[in-house]
Design a protein around this ligand. Sequence first.
Ligand code: MG
Length: 261
Amino acid sequence: MIHIKTPEEIEEFRRCDALSKEALRLAGSLVRPGVSTKEIDSAVEAFIRLHGGVPGFKGLYGFPGSICASVNEEIVHGIPSPMRFLNEGDVISIDTGATVNGWVGDNAWTFYVGEVSDEVKGLCECTRDCLKAGIEQAKPGNHLGDIGYAVQHLAESNGYGVVREYVGHGVGRVMHEDPNVPNYGKRGRGVKLQVGMTIAIEPMITLGTYKNHTLANGWTVVTNDGLPAAHYENSVAITKDGPVILTADDQGPWCNMQGGE
Ligand code: MG
């Protein structure tokens, strides 16, 4: 069932979601060679709780971390670990969610660890463009397929892979609401978008094959060919004036967030 929110609810939702974005910015500021993913996780959890929120992922379906920390060939759902240290040239997708006053924020960014290769930068830049292209389609009268098509077309026309098994989702009072928001599709197909819907759009794009599998820990999804993936996400409301990014702050969602800032 798709939960439609009133304009007043969306405004409250947006205010609450600022914490998810701030948590993501904090996470990015800690990214550097030598840091463990658990250190970032602990700092983000403390920050969210200090500001009156609850980490959105901790315990969700049994997930052990407050963030998802997915390095290089890990696509999503990487488990933070005190033994996983970042190295120069890695990329790390960090997904932070926070619940504040009953509203769930969900957003992700892929950060560079020091200098990364041009090949990987190209992947990340394209994935960010995919997110933007998807968000631009999140307006009343369009369909979910318009979002999926925009993401898929941009990724594939640049030679990248689009992960099929993991998708965006409705977001609101809980982390995962209806509908699913795939990163592939056909224009004009799928659920019609209407004012008051709130969705998380999150392209997961791969340098090589989009085929993937889950590691023995039951969580971490990796590419079958071991090549890197990128992942960016925002929570978005569909309003009469078009898409409104809920997980934005006063610096905006498109600032060039990179590791170690
Ligand atoms: Mg999500």
